[in-house]
Design a protein around this ligand. Sequence first.
Ligand code: ADP
Ligand code: MG
Length: 238
Amino acid sequence: MGQLSLKSVIKTFGEFEVVKGVSLDVHEGEFVVFVGPSGCGKSTLLRMIAGLEHTTDGDIVIDGKRVNDLPPVKRGIAMVFQSYALYPHMTVFENIAFPLRVEKAPADVIKKKVEAAAAILHLDTRLQQKPGQLSGGQRQRVAIGRAIVREPEIFLFDEPLSNLDAALRADMRIELTRLHKQLGATMIYVTHDQIEAMTMADRIVVLNGGHIAQVGAPLELYHKPQNTFVAGFIGNPR
Ligand code: ADP
Ligand code: MG
């Protein structure tokens, strides 16, 4: 579970084509990183996968099923954004529990799932605190906890660490890699940080102007960039 295929996916806003026919197969349990310059369509692609944006053309297929017409909650996907809007008046527990409350899950199930997510994210001792009492890194963990409790097959991350300082980003890279191994879920991760891409990805997808410029393992792109654009982004500068 958690296999994703994009088939010639196109997105236009008015006259402006921002995703220009992207095809990609993401394997079950794979960690795929999307990189590319600002405005190249990374967030739009994620939002279409999540169901937050309609495709103009092409298919999105999850575990063999076309999901273009399914609403976000039916896709088995959770998305974590850069600006993680936590509820300031709620405790960490209640913030993480929120999606389960919306689903009207029973209280004992909620308690079990929230505590399990908190343990994975080292938030066990913080459950009764409010977001204002937490560091930026801890707040981002709460946002990830809120995704984990839904037990999605696929996680989408849109530049989740870009508001954190360099030291915290380095810690969170390690945390997220550990989380990926532990959960075994498929993860698609958008970043403009080359180090994140090189250290976290099974495969990197380099996007340029709504097209895929190259797909490959980090070292493959680094040593054998197919063009100067990829070389400039990821490749070994020679
Ligand atoms: P990235 O995440 O790679 O920086 P985006 O996917 O956010 O890029 O945006 C790709 C292009 O689509 C940009 O030119 C952006 O201005 C445009 N765009 C994104 N969302 C909308 C929208 N809702 N309406 C019109 N244009 C949009
Ligand atoms: Mg973006």
